[in-house]
Design a binder for this molecule. Structure first.
Ligand code: COA
Length: 171
């Protein structure tokens, strides 16, 4: 009998993707046949990067991982999972403060779709403190973010902040 493909989804805002996210992508991609990294559209957060820009950055930094695909989604995560035949949701746990929110999300998702399970990876210690908001704050005040995000993303953040400072605006 043919083995069913195990498809996982790693959802998030990725505004922007950090080394902490990349760590989770690299590790979880080894646990599934295909990992879809899915950027949430219409998040209530006001983003620095458009969804297209976030997708494009993710594509660039994961281009050497063959079983990773990048996509975006709106609406319910379980609907996106079902549409992509995914049965696993991957989330990273940085600290105990993430736990309550993540538990609630995974239980809600499981009630909505019993075919989908969430697996949690503990974020590598060196990235446990990281968040996209912190990265943006450091960058906006001129700090060096090269320890927090891949070098490709460092350049994109610089370009974006320069464009905003020169009167551009984000959609
Ligand atoms: N390394 C670095 N940062 C990390 C991280 C890691 N390993 N894991 C999480 N983070 C940070 C993110 O950078 C982000 O930081 P920010 O708040 O400063 O932007 C923060 O943790 C939140 O993580 P994120 O992964 O972006 O989650 P989210 O809360 O924005 O989105 C979804 C979570 C997309 C899974 C959820 O909102 C969702 O499924 N939405 C769809 C609607 C739905 O189905 N709702 C029902 C579910 S109950």
């Amino acid at each position: 009998m043919e083995k069913e493909m195990k498809i996982g989804i790693y959802p998030g805002s990725f505004d922007p993707v950090t080394k902490g996210h990349l760590d989770i992508i690299e590790r979880s991609s080894k646990m599934v046949d295909k990992l879809i990294v899915a950027v949430l559209k219409n998040s209530s957060k006001s983003p620095l990067f458009t969804v297209e820009e976030r997708v494009s950055m993710l594509k660039e930094i994961t281009k050497d991982i063959p079983n990773v695909e990048i996509d975006s989604f709106s609406g319910l995560l379980v609907d996106f999972a079902e549409a992509n035949n995914a049965t696993i949701i991957v989330r990273g746990l940085r600290a105990v403060t993430d736990f309550e929110y993540e538990l609630q999300m995974s239980q809600t998702n499981r009630i909505m779709d019993e075919n989908v399970d969430t697996i949690f990876l503990t974020t590598s210690l060196e990235y446990a403190y990281l968040s996209s908001s912190t990265v943006k704050e450091v960058a906006i005040y001129g700090g060096d973010v090269s320890k927090f995000v891949p070098s490709y993303v460092v350049d994109k953040i610089k370009d974006k902040i320069n464009a905003l400072n020169n009167g551009g605006h984000n959609e």
